[in-house]
Ligand binder design. Structure first.
Ligand SMILES: [Zn+2]
Length: 135
């Protein structure tokens, strides 16, 4: 079984095409300044329509993670154990991702700094992250 393909719609297309261009895009509300992912028709904070898109600087902080020791899809059976990590971009939006080099979560801490590392699965560019070197 191959890696699952995202359901790309007119609403979320800027997110997926942004990754192919090397940028992680998120939605922004010009009315209240809120930033978010995943894509929505209206601001989840003030419900204003017509959000704009902005590019993240690519830095984030680990919020939480789990380690999968069981593959619930055949597409992932050769990948266990692997992490599924929630990160918060410095601009605010949170997303679920994988952290490269985390050794299935063993090197992660809440608050770990990570940086964007776009990887391809087939034709799909994915927003994964890499542990940042300590300053
Ligand atoms: Zn708003």
């Amino acid at each position: 079984m191959s890696f699952p393909e995202p359901d790309i719609t007119p609403l979320n297309e800027p997110y997926w095409s942004g990754l192919k261009d090397g940028r992680l895009m998120f939605q922004h509300c010009e009315g209240c300044g809120h930033n978010w992912l995943p894509a929505r028709e209206a601001c989840p904070s003030c419900l204003a329509p017509r959000p704009t898109w902005q590019a993240s600087a690519g830095w984030a902080t680990v919020v939480s993670w789990v380690v999968y020791h069981t593959a619930y899809s055949d597409a992932f059976k050769d990948r266990v154990p692997y992490d599924v990590t929630c990160v918060a971009l410095d601009e605010g939006p949170r997303l679920l991702t994988n952290v490269i080099g985390s050794e299935a979560g063993r090197k992660l801490c809440i608050g770990s700094r990570v940086t964007l590392a776009i990887q391809y699965e087939g034709e799909t560019a994915l927003a994964r992250f890499r542990l940042a070197e300590p300053a």
